[in-house]
Design a protein around this ligand. Sequence first.
Ligand code: HXC
Ligand code: NAP
Length: 268
Amino acid sequence: MEITLQGKTAFIAGGTSGINLGIARAMVREGARVAVLSRSQDKVDAAVAELNDIAGASTTLGFAADVRQGDAVEAAMAEAAEIMGPLDIVVSGAAGNFLAPAEALSSNAFRAVMEIDLLGTFHVMSSAFRHAREGKASFINISAPQASIPFWGQAHVCSAKAGVDMLTKTLALEWGPKGIRVNAIVPGPIANTEGMARLAATPELEEIAKVSVPSRRFGEADEVATAAVYLASDQAAYVNGAIFCVDGGQVVGGATLMQPDVLNMMSS
Ligand code: HXC
Ligand code: NAP
């Protein structure tokens, strides 16, 4: 069975680094034409250059915008669809994270993560609906184990990503009859990412994170990208509303028991 994205268009919000850039690379390799969006113009330019190298042509589009601004997301996606044609694939992966005990979170700290992860995903999904190929499109939200397991120092992220999972399922229900599939990917802890640099900044925390994964290792960005390519492909035509874990079993293992010392380590 050959999985290909040949001839498809993809818009990847947060696609300029880490896991989401890995997804963009894989989609370009499989033949999709890709647009990426994030806040930093420098990161956008670097990602576009790298993706053009893979494509062997200057076909990648880049947009500097903040997913918290619905109008800016809409303008970028409208321009992308105008240039590339209707969108076959939309990935919503922008997110913010830091470790902080709940009592240390200001209203603005909690709001910042809710607005990037959850409101941002709503903005990306709303625009995606308007610019999707009629009758056949695949939308993928990047969630996290935090959506279903409480983690120490992650009250803001757990709340936001739980919302992302439920938004995913609700949109799958509402948009399925229109030919739009909406799924989420739950990466476990992934090596060499900003996320894990923030959550496991010391060898001790890294060890705790690894022990919390039944497969006893961090995942690779490529392993997440393979799942994204599958969900985006026609082979996944009957997959809708799935919360698709690429997490070495972390969600079924339950990370909470492994982390009682995390807050102590943060403050020492
Ligand atoms: C407590 C903190 C804090 C910290 C920031 N804040 N860091 N509070 N502890 N460590 C507070 C600030 O004081 C401020 O509140 C509020 O949060 C907003 O901060 P700003 O810096 O003004 O916000 P902004 O510039 O919008 O940046 C958003 C951000 C930032 C989330 C804080 O870190 C960011 O841009 N992150 C994007 C990259 C990222 O996080 N990548 C990792 C994604 S990984 P006050 O009250 O002072 O105004 C991920 C992993 C999930 O999501 C699962 C892994 C297993
Ligand atoms: P990352 O490299 O920091 O990626 C985040 C991306 O989002 C960057 O391209 C960033 O670029 C962009 N971004 C951040 N805030 C934005 C905003 N307000 N508007 C637009 N773009 C914004 O992080 P990562 O670790 O690879 O994580 C990627 C995704 O995977 C996130 O959804 C995260 O929650 C999820 N995840 C990660 C892990 C992990 O182990 N790393 C585990 C589970 C889930 P700019 O800075 O230019 O905006």
